[in-house]
Design a protein around this ligand. Structure first.
Ligand SMILES: [Zn+2]
Length: 339
């Protein structure tokens, strides 16, 4: 069973005609999930309490986003544009995300929301993101007795905002696989970015070569993400779920298949069952391959909900990914004995 939190507001926020981060993304994913071969419940997302936003964002960011309601169409950056509904959509995206985090205690849950969040930093709106939904949720859960929270980011792009917010935090692990920052937005997420102060080591970045396919991606997951998360022993796993790593995504640089997404979901589901009673909250980030993202999402959740149904296949990683993994392991061996 999957619990899905969403709100009609997400269909009203638009960054302009023809922009690929569009309401259609939600419609495609919703339609695919309604037809998925597993049980699901759809729930209305609630509006977030602004105090929950201010736990991770500067007040000036909140004031700016709020002001967009009266301003109408407003360009924050060339790629992050609000209309008169953006503020309401951002409030229900963050609210539905907190509900997702809370409900994950009972069973795996999905915040099917937009605008997405993982590029929004403590004080900056950017990369189609206004409030950082997953960070707001992690901040909320930390305040409500969760001692160790793991965030796994599988979006094609590095979640610079989430890293920015939790870099100094030892109790929140941020682990991300993303396309090489030297070739793609937002230009962060090098392996040498490992966190700050007490949080040193609890930021884990795996920059992937352009075109990385299923085997190489899963090899990096198995050799770095899995051992690190196992050693971290989270009480809950939160996932920044971007589906823009799919082959052919107009904003992506990776080459994952729809079956690859099932294998990623299976690995996360197995970690959840092994470590934290299957407490997993999933948060929609990017994804613009309209033809494949519905099927990839159903596959991802099939694997995540029922990991025991899918056997691991033998991987044949290429030389380039083996060099990347060697480099990340040599940096993180100081912090994680499993590497
Ligand atoms: Zn992305």
């Amino acid at each position: 069973m999957l619990d899905i939190f969403y709100h009609g507001n997400s269909l009203l926020h638009s960054m302009g005609h023809g922009h690929l981060e569009s309401p259609d993304r939600i419609k495609i994913i919703e339609q695919a999930l309604r037809q998925a071969p597993f049980k699901k419940n759809f729930h209305q997302a609630q509006t977030v309490n602004p105090n929950d936003i201010l736990r991770v964002h500067d007040r000036s960011l909140h004031t700016l986003v709020k002001a967009s309601q009266a301003r109408g169409r407003h360009m924050f950056t060339p790629d992050t544009i609000a209309n008169q509904y953006t503020y309401q959509a951002a409030l229900t995206a963050a609210g539905g995300s907190i509900q997702t985090g809370l409900n994950a205690k009972v069973r795996p849950s999905f915040a099917m929301v937009r605008p997405p969040g993982h590029h929004a930093t403590h004080s900056t709106v950017m990369g189609f993101c206004f409030y950082n939904n997953i960070a707001i949720t992690a901040g909320y859960l930390r305040q409500h007795n969760y001692k160790r929270i793991a965030i796994i980011d599988v979006d094609n792009h590095h979640g610079n905002g989430t890293q920015d917010i939790f870099a100094p935090s030892a109790d929140i692990l941020y682990a991300s696989l993303h396309a090489d920052p030297s070739i793609t937005f937002p230009g962060t997420g090098y392996a040498t970015e490992v966190g700050l102060g007490e949080g040193e080591g609890t930021t884990v970045n795996i920059p992937l070569p352009g075109g990385t396919g299923d085997d190489d991606y899963l090899f990096a997951f198995d050799t770095i993400i899995s051992p690190v998360v196992k050693q971290f022993k989270p009480e809950i796993i939160l996932v920044s779920y971007g589906v823009d790593g799919l082959i052919g995504d107009p904003y992506g640089s990776l080459g994952l298949s729809v079956d690859g997404f099932r294998a990623i979901g299976t690995r996360i589901g197995m970690l959840g069952k092994l470590l934290c009673d299957h407490r997993i909250g999933v948060f929609l980030e990017g994804g613009y391959n309209y033809d494949m993202m519905g099927e990839a999402t159903v596959n991802f959740f099939s694997g995540l909900l029922f990991p025991e149904n899918y056997e691991k296949t033998m991987l044949s990683p290429g030389n380039e990914i083996q060099r990347v993994v060697f480099n990340v392991r040599s940096i993180h061996r100081n912090y994680w004995y499993g590497l």
